[in-house]
Write a protein that binds this ligand. Sequence first.
Ligand code: ZN
Length: 186
Amino acid sequence: MAAEEKPAKDTLCSHPDCSEIATHKAPKGRGKDNDYLWFCLTHVRDYNKTYNYFSGMEDGDIAKYQKDASFGHRPTWKMGVNGKDGPSQAKSHDPYAFMAHRARQKAKASEQQSPNQRGRKLLNVEKKSLETLELDGTATKDDIKKRFKELAKKHHPDVNGGDKGSEDRLREIIQAYNYLKAAGFC
Ligand SMILES: [Zn+2]
């Protein structure tokens, strides 16, 4: 019964945790010029930051990344615990929103501390994501953000002459970071 389709103007931000009116659009991907996501200013910046890291990659790589991100970690998210998934953004078929939404639900009750401070046992996927960023359960939000920036810079293909190994490593880093972010770690 929710008013669905989107006169561009009244669209809500695609970020799963945000109910601002979307004012900025962002392309879903290269070669999909007519496909946009809509965000508020804060989240479009967020999204673009991630999106820009894909700029040197092939569409196939991006699609594969999105697929991995959407479904790869799914078993840890305990699908279907609540029958209904809350905000209307959940119906989005955008993998980014889907991934973030799922993880957000799971992390909802968590505080903004490092997992260890919370006395919380890390899931394997969380541990692995932290390890990818060369961190562990003592990492705070700032630690994670800071490390992500460092590593993303270090492994960006642009500074490595398009080196394939760097690109793979960068993709892992982005995936790990996006997971941690979606799960409320940073
Ligand atoms: Zn927003």
